[in-house]
Design a protein around this ligand. Sequence first.
Ligand code: GLA
Length: 505
Amino acid sequence: MSRALFTAAVLLGTSLSLAAPALANTAYDGVWLFDDTPPTPGVTMMQVTSKGGKIEGTVTTQWYGPVEMLNPHVTDGALKFDTRNINDREHPTRPWSVAIEGGKAHLKGRIWESEVDASGYRGKAKDAQAHAFKFSAPLPALGAPIPSKLAATPPMGWSSWNKFAEHIDDKTVRAMADAMVSTGLRDAGFLYVNIDDGWQGKRDANGVLQPNEKFPDMKALTDYVHSRGLKIGIYSSQGPRTCAGYEGSYGHVRQDAQTYADWGFDYLKYDLCSGEWFYDDADTVKRSYYEMGAALQATGRDFIFSLCEYGRFDVGSWGRDVGGQLWRTTGDITDDYPTMAKIGFDKNGKPEWAGPHGFNDPDMLEIGNGGMSADEYRTHMTLWAMSAAPLMMGHDLRETSPETLAMLTNPRVIAVDQDAKGVQAKALRKQGTMEVWAKPLADGRVALALFNRGDAAGSLALTPGDAGLTAVTQVEDVWSGAKSAKLPASYTVPARGAVMVVVGG
Ligand code: GLA
């Protein structure tokens, strides 16, 4: 059965409903229910029918809805089939098996990053109805581009994910807001305090999403963060489940946008996650973001809309049209130099898409988390500033060391990132392990960065030509603030380190 037919059939509730007992001719036929399996993919049900030796079936998951059994066949005492496996070119399908043991169905297989090894028990037709996945209404068509007056410069703030992952709660968010003020980070320009994945509870009878027990009162929390002179962000997915397996906005997009507005949020990060199963081409991914962008706009409240689909389908070319001010261009950062360098140097989006009100987002900062050396973190901050990247801190702000604070609040570095021209630097030339990047600034000067990606110190000269000038008469070292009238004969850059200057003619 084609995917479209299959989806239509499930929508209509026709196919894959229970076969009449007379037609059941394998031990696997029927409805099998699974309780309490891990939330990704969260298997809730398996349905198998067979007729004249032809087997059909689905495994219903919270993550992807009903997953069709491809090529199901009985062999070696087990029902074997494949599943479509999104987002993994090397394994576009994965093998699964079901064995009946002691009257239970033992289901094994893998999909996305989830391993399933679960036991299901027999259910009835009414159980199948109760467990049926509820498909959302079709995506609306794209409308006119959604205009944005927000984020003239790259958004700055803090996000809970890199340090706390899903172990985030009301108390910690308040503590981060307090620390943002007491450390001076707020006054240096860091404005947003963003709750990432892990805040979601269940929907009430009207479908309104409730926070989980770690967030007793969202309105009180946003009021508190606002009272500290800050703004506050929240997180969801267009899929049924978020990346950490929490309730997503699938089927509830407008309702959730209104909930965030009612609670007083100012920022939404919208993460594709399980939505990749339903929206797997440029058109549907774009429309799924447009749906939420339009829903946020319809609330009448100002939201920064942060798109997170890991750079698929050249997101920078349409991110603004769907209402986004920033869009992730890569997979997730981790607190180590190779990952940071790979995404920052090699994987960030095309510079031509960046500019006021819309920025490529190579992911959040790891500075302060301890996995990189001071030189490596300096490279991280220099590269993000040169790239006009959003600056979302990712450490425990209560434990900001003086060195970390100095690195994050250097006003000259922030000024390069926040420059009004909004240009994302390009690599001009590469020589051995050294790279020279240039970022034209609004006042006519040019920020130049010299990166050493090697494991030993290296030297290289910067030239006026790197800045598009015939002569350089003013040089400011961005990190130290030291000024001079000319470029030195060469710069020595430590292993995995960086130098950043602003030059003028
Ligand atoms: C994805 C995103 C991360 C983070 C997690 C949360 O992996 O890319 O930035 O939001 O989901 O589950």
